[in-house]
Design a protein around this ligand. Structure first.
Ligand SMILES: Cc1cc2nc3c(=O)[nH]c(=O)nc-3n(C[C@H](O)[C@H](O)[C@H](O)COP(=O)(O)OP(=O)(O)OC[C@H]3O[C@@H](n4cnc5c(N)ncnc54)[C@H](O)[C@@H]3O)c2cc1C
Length: 380
């Protein structure tokens, strides 16, 4: 790998950094610097600021508002957003559904939904997991039965992040009970204001309510909201999950968390044992950054839309390092960590430590990622 600094990329990084510095409200930056999250109004305003600059959906095709940047520029952009820190756009629309729609959606679906994702006019959530279908997603039992020009939807989703804010959900439902597990699934777009939908918060270990159960009782979904072909939803879901995984290294966030540790540590930095562990973690984050750079450089040679199993390595390491940084933050906070307030925005050491357990579970658990590496990279 050639690591000599490229002046054009350095200038690009500077341009992104300067734009964020000039346009992100200081209050939002402060919230994120504490480890907290932007609220809906702040995220919407920031998404529109990015959109006005042409940067809300940089990875999309130019026809739909993308920038045409190569993978290295996309990586630098994401890294700068995370480390500044500035809010990332809502991934359910921009990183998950968007690519599915511009690849497999009808022209009418693309025209209707893509521009509204790019400006966060519509808040999307992801309805894949169910009580009996997480890692083994193809076991899902929510069913959609075709009746004339609509599907009638019955069943339940679980762990739906931010469904309480969402306008729409993209989901997987079984449309053919007789087919093999993966074959009879379809990908539907559901307006959450439809009659028959109940959303119930699930209280998590940090005391927050970022995830929900969503129940469907004879919900009418227009047949025009089927994405691609009926019964082929599994293929679209696999495509989407490959997209989701490639963003999971989150090196910028690991850097931010280590900054929080340094700030909280104070006198502890003079303790050789603590200092050694902090520096070792910083070196690990640097190593992940190098690995990410190698993977992203090679991405240029991977056909668009093809899944890249090496991304599983980034997901595992990225989640482990963020969790390790959160553990050090907890240690640095010492007795202060006991004064935490129950919340799910990770804005203090204790709630962050608890909340970040999720990183090795969602987006395909780390055990599942290891199996992918074993099979597809190591050939075991
Ligand atoms: C905070 C949070 C937010 C989430 N948001 C969403 C969302 O917005 N939308 C959505 O659809 N889902 C969401 N999920 C669900 C998430 O995708 C699932 O939790 C995940 O896929 C794991 O499924 P499960 O919880 O059913 O656990 P299980 O699949 O039951 O796994 C339990 C344990 O067994 C291990 N395991 C399972 N199968 C294997 C295997 N074959 N080999 C080795 N080990 C295995 C797992 O790694 C895990 O440790 C979210 C989850 C969390 C925690």
């Amino acid at each position: 790998m050639h690591l000599a600094p490229d002046p054009e990329l350095a200038a690009f990084r500077q341009e992104v950094r300067a734009f964020i510095a000039a346009n992100l409200p200081a209050a939002v930056r402060r919230t994120l610097e504490r480890g907290g999250r932007a609220d809906r109004a702040e995220l919407t305003a920031w998404t529109r600021t990015l959109h006005a600059r042409g940067w809300a959906v940089p990875h999309w095709p130019q026809r739909w508002g993308g920038t045409g940047w190569d993978p290295l520029r996309l990586m630098i952009f994401r890294d700068e957003i995370q480390r500044f820190p500035a809010p990332e756009t809502l991934s359910f629309g921009t990183s998950m559904l968007g690519p599915v729609l511009y690849t497999f959606g009808s022209e009418a679906q693309q025209q209707r939904f893509l521009p509204r994702i790019a400006t966060l006019e519509d808040w999307w959530c992801q309805g894949f997991s169910e009580p009996g279908a997480g890692s083994d997603l193809a076991s899902l039992t929510t069913r959609a039965v075709r009746e004339g020009e609509a599907y009638i939807l019955d069943g339940q989703k679980a762990w739906t992040s931010y469904a309480q804010y969402a306008d729409w959900m993209f989901l997987l439902a079984r449309t053919d009970k007789t087919a093999t597990k993966q074959r009879g699934i379809s990908f539907l777009l559901v307006d959450l204001r439809s009659p028959g939908i109940t959303i119930q918060p699930t209280r998590t270990i940090d005391g927050g309510a970022e995830v929900n159960e969503v129940f469907f009782d004879s919900v009418r979904v227009p047949a025009a909201n089927l994405v691609g072909e009926e019964h082929r939803g599994w293929d679209y879901a696999k495509f989407l999950l490959a997209h989701e995984r490639s963003g999971h290294a989150r090196v910028g966030l690991a850097k931010l968390r280590l900054r929080l540790v340094r700030e909280a540590a104070g006198d502890l930095l003079a303790d050789p044992g603590f200092h050694r562990r902090l520096v070792a973690l910083e070196a690990e984050v640097k190593a992940l950054e190098m690995t990410q750079l190698r993977v992203v450089s090679e991405e240029r040679r991977v056909a668009t839309g093809a899944s890249d199993p090496v991304a599983s390595i980034l997901k595992i390491r990225g989640s482990e390092l963020q969790q390790a940084a959160a553990a050090l933050w907890l240690e640095a906070a010492g007795p202060d960590a006991q004064r935490w307030t129950e919340n799910d925005d990770g804005s203090d050491a204790a709630s962050a430590w608890l909340n970040l357990r999720k990183l090795s579970i969602y987006g395909g658990s780390n055990e599942i990622q290891r199996t992918i590496i074993a099979k597809t990279v190591l050939g075991l």
